[in-house]
Write a protein that binds this ligand. Structure first.
Ligand SMILES: Nc1ncnc2c1ncn2[C@@H]1O[C@H](COP(=O)(O)OP(=O)(O)O)[C@@H](O)[C@H]1O
Ligand SMILES: [Mg+2]
Length: 261
């Protein structure tokens, strides 16, 4: 009995890839303290897609940035496999936890050079470098674009190059900030299939910010609804979409939960 409780706890702990405990972050604005994240707690399980929902201005992007330390939290704790992320070398952390921003920022150079940027940093032996064209094809772009300047691409194409660059680092966790916001329906569907496949085949853990409830229903095992910097719902996607347990959850699903200006 005791054995099964202990192994059960171990399985639960092993299953937890990213955990946020009571995370808070505030900024000073015009002599006032503005709280962007207020006691946020959530768990992202290994190998599944976790959708982060909420109206505009809820703190979704801010939350993603804290997980790979582009923004530092002031209270609480974020762990990767149980270890405080502040105790992991920040470059190592960003290789293991890849972030795809809504509006990507590229290094000067070609698409191929951008994709090879991470692998060049991590690889001890340049002979084993990945082929950037493989990653360009993975996101359904023309591999001949390896020598193009990313600034000559459309917003949706840039988002996909940014994803290809992050995947080339072979991350364990992927943080996606509205990755299909500039894509058409066919390209969105392809990206959803690709990410779902990487989760089931390679155990990739994904936190996916989307404002598209239909998309969240298609892709997510778990969801968190963030509203004004607070978690108002957190749990299994099926349960949330079938019967949200809060008034904010119901209002959000009815498309009537207003964003912050
Ligand atoms: N550096 C900053 N300075 C001032 N306000 C900020 C800053 N970063 C974020 N905010 C504010 O924090 C809130 C949450 O922003 P954000 O995380 O981008 O929300 P979301 O991604 O859910 O739309 C917004 O009201 C935004 O204006
Ligand atoms: Mg955002």
């Amino acid at each position: 009995m005791l054995f099964s409780i202990v192994t059960g706890l171990n399985c639960w702990a092993l299953n937890m890839k990213i955990e946020l405990k009571n995370v808070s972050l505030s900024i000073q604005q015009d002599d006032q303290t503005v709280e962007l994240l207020k006691g946020v707690s959530l768990e992202a399980r290994l190998g599944v897609i976790h959708a982060l929902l909420g109206p505009s201005g809820s703190g979704k992007s801010t939350l993603l940035y804290t997980i790979n330390r582009l923004r530092e939290i002031q209270g609480g704790e974020i762990t990767l496999e149980g270890k405080d992320i502040r105790r992991i070398n920040v470059f190592e952390l960003r290789r293991r936890i890849g972030l795809v921003m809504q509006k990507p920022i590229f290094f000067p150079g070609t698409v191929g050079e951008n994709i090879l940027f991470g692998p060049r940093l991590w690889s001890k032996d340049n002979m084993t470098l990945v082929d950037p064209r493989h990653y360009i094809e993975l996101v359904q772009l023309d591999p001949a674009w390896v020598s193009r300047d990313p600034s000559t691409l459309s917003g949706g194409q840039q988002q996909r190059v940014s994803l290809a660059r992050t995947l080339a680092n072979n991350p364990e966790v992927l943080l996606l900030d509205e990755p299909t916001s500039a894509l058409d329906a066919q390209a969105s569907e392809h990206l959803e299939t690709l990410i779902t496949h990487l989760c089931s085949e390679r155990g990739l853990t994904v936190i996916w910010v989307t404002h598209d409830v239909h998309q969240a229903k298609r892709i997510a095992h778990d969801v968190t609804l963030l509203y004004r910097g607070r978690v108002v719902e957190h749990g299994e996607a099926k349960r949330f979409f079938a019967s949200p347990s809060t008034e904010e959850g119901q209002t959000y699903l009815a498309g009537k939960l207003g964003g912050q200006l």
